[in-house]
Ligand binder design. Sequence first.
Ligand SMILES: [Zn+2]
Length: 229
Amino acid sequence: MFSTLRRSILPLVVICCSVALSSAQDHKEEYPTVPAQEALKTLLEGNTRFVSGKPQHPHEARDWRENLEKGQHPFAVVIGCSDSRVPPELVFDQGFGDIFVIRVAGNVVDTDVIASVEYAVDHLDTKLILVMGHTSCGAVEATLAHLNDPDGEPAEIVSLLYQIEPAVIGIDNNLPKEEMTNKVISRNVELAVRRLSRTPDVRRSINSGDIKIQGAIYNMHTGKVQLQN
Ligand SMILES: [Zn+2]
């Protein structure tokens, strides 16, 4: 269900953005490129504001939004889960045009997601890519449930769960349920970072020191985003 929906939407997004590309590039000169480390610092500072209950809700005013008609210059890509409880713009206290968000259940990195990342890196000059999983992830829980009981889900959902299943390999299934789920959530982010890093176009940018890919977990209880090593 999820992948079908994204595939039907993405071409529209890319076509739309490519039409606007020349004006976006003209506009780019007004905005300096944000290095990856600075982008990460900005995200974490926003998360600190969010956790402390003092968000600024920046970049929401009408004049700011009107200015964005000239083009977008997001300083970070965030690949997150579709879960309604984990909206990256709120978690990082960012506004319109700040972050290029790609959301899919289980924050899996498939071809469409990679294409979206490449668009942001190649055409929007975004230097930081954050892959963010989260505690209590229903997609990971569904994957574990499906391994125990393979019946009951439609083929499209099973296809999505297959992409999460590699994260279960090597994890002790005698662990308490919550501990095992958290380990799979963390491993799923690691594998997503690895897959993205191995994509030729992305790897070239990493090797040249041009971009950084970072894994992270959002803790639904505390609101805090913890970076992975
Ligand atoms: Zn999730």
